[in-house]
Ligand binder design. Sequence first.
Ligand code: CO
Length: 139
Amino acid sequence: MFDRIDHLGIAVHSIESYVELYRDTLGMEFLGEDVVEEQGVRVAFFAVGESKIELIEPTNDTGPIAKFLARNGEGIHHVAFGCGDIEGARASVASQGVRLLSEQPLDGAHGKLISFMHPKDTGRVLMEMVQRRHDSEDA
Ligand code: CO
């Protein structure tokens, strides 16, 4: 069902203040930024082999990332598993009792479909599913 850790999501107050760390100090290729208005976030991706680091910065004070930062400070926010069929993955985990946080897949960064599982059903780890646009895609 899942074939890789697509990315780790890390909540930060300011993406700009961490570009130097990930790109220069850690030597990870910067893959670009995107704004996901409906989730109130700006995101930036860095490549680590076939996986990525996703830095997530809030664009308002009321979205889930702003609340996470207020409660926990900066740090790891979620793990995302890549799949080729997000509808199938949603149906599979839901049929085994894992609640989903949305009725339908959501539009994530770079136009990819994503879904989150309820962390109370996954050992208090926020898990995201992300569907690749193409099987060969690595970004
Ligand atoms: Co993510």
